[in-house]
Design a protein around this ligand. Structure first.
Ligand SMILES: [Zn+2]
Length: 92
């Protein structure tokens, strides 16, 4: 059978079922190994204000926020791209 992707779109391998997570954007239930995980370091302080505060030597904490996206939302948000026939065989 022809395979679209080497990993079948997941990182499951030969193991059985895997846990599910909810997509941050649409709330759909997706397996953890299929979900696109995006970790961002965010600051709760307004960027312009943060710049001023940093100039005066203030420490501004940055919190890492992890979000899980389903494939369609990740494509829509530009986190991942639709890849060409050859390119999608490459596992990143
Ligand atoms: Zn989604």
């Amino acid at each position: 059978m022809a395979k679209k992707r080497k990993s079948r779109g997941r990182a499951k391998g030969g193991k059985g079922r895997s846990e599910y997570v909810s997509c941050t954007n649409c709330g759909s239930r997706i397996p953890v190994d299929k979900a696109i995980k995006a970790t961002r370091r965010v600051s709760y302080v307004d960027p312009t204000l943060a710049k001023e505060l940093r100039k005066s030597g203030t420490f501004i904490p940055r919190i890492s926020v992890t979000k899980y996206y389903c494939v369609s939302c990740a494509v829509h948000a530009g986190i991942v791209r639709v890849r060409s026939r050859e390119e999608r065989k490459v596992v990143e």
